[in-house]
Design a protein around this ligand. Structure first.
Ligand code: APR
Length: 236
């Protein structure tokens, strides 16, 4: 019986909900180069442009037509049935796992629906598009709030807990991630080193596919519910 499962998700799990991935054809980074919208230097140089990029994605997320898909819902069911034994680590900044009902989530790259003070690092819910007028209430003087997003060159969030859970897991599943960005792309190696079973679910083999014991190719809305069913039936 599996005791501790760590699931890592990437943009691919939200693709069928209508959210663009980063590196596929017509991906987000094709239209909005990382160095222009996803680094501290970009924000320093042109805060309005960077805020606009995240405002647009936040507004898209809050439109009615972006909903959790069968993959998000299946993971939430797994957490309910495996209470306390599933740790979801997501690279995604959308809130589709929460809206599917998942509870224990580590957003290692931050969250679109939150903003933070650049000085105190206090985090607040995002209630309106960011502009120069949205300032913190935690400091004097007040500072313009920034997106609560981990930019390239910044430290990912929640790493201590992630590493603790990886060191104790007996199943590691990566879903919809290209394996392009570390430390997430290296989680499979940690899981392998502690003897966990490792499975990748992706539309096509990722850059780190060869590090997994098993690779299942297909859309997450099909592969995730199938895998969850197998886990719940004790077949893994
Ligand atoms: N089902 C399963 N996998 C899918 C689907 C789908 N329907 N659609 C796309 N994919 C897969 C692609 O094959 C690809 O491997 O999702 C992956 C998306 O890769 P990326 O766009 O690189 O996204 P991700 O791996 O999440 O990027 C990691 O990089 O730029 C940073 O911070 C950003 O969190 C992001 C990180």
């Amino acid at each position: 019986m599996l005791q501790r499962i760590v699931v890592l998700t990437g943009a691919g799990i939200s693709a069928e909900s209508g959210l663009r991935t980063f590196r596929e054809e017509d991906g987000l980074w094709e239209k909005h180069p990382i160095e222009e919208v996803a680094t501290p230097q970009a924000y320093q140089a042109n805060p309005q442009k960077v805020r606009q990029f995240y405002n647009d994605r936040w507004q898209q997320l809050n439109k009615g037509d972006v909903q959790p898909n069968a993959a998000h819902l299946a993971l939430a069911r797994l957490e309910q049935e495996f209470a306390g034994r599933v740790h979801l680590v997501t690279q995604n900044v959308d809130n589709l796992h929460e809206r599917a009902g998942f509870r224990r989530i580590t957003h290692m790259h931050g969250e679109l629906s939150k903003v933070r003070c650049p000085v105190s690092h206090q985090v607040f819910p995002m209630q309106q598009p960011l502009s120069d007028n949205n300032v913190c209430t935690c400091c004097i003087p007040h500072y313009p709030l920034r997106p609560h997003i981990v930019w390239f060159g910044e430290m990912p969030l929640g790493m201590a807990q992630i590493e603790t859970d990886l060191a104790q897991c007996d199943l590691f599943v990566a879903i919809g991630t290209s394996g392009s960005v570390y430390p997430a792309a290296g989680f499979v190696d940690i899981a392998q080193s502690v003897g966990a079973k490792t499975i990748e679910l992706n539309l096509e083999p990722s850059l780190t596919a060869s590090h997994f014991q098993e690779v299942r190719v297909g859309p997450a809305s099909q592969t995730v519910p199938t895998l969850v069913e197998e886990i719940l039936q004790g077949k893994l």
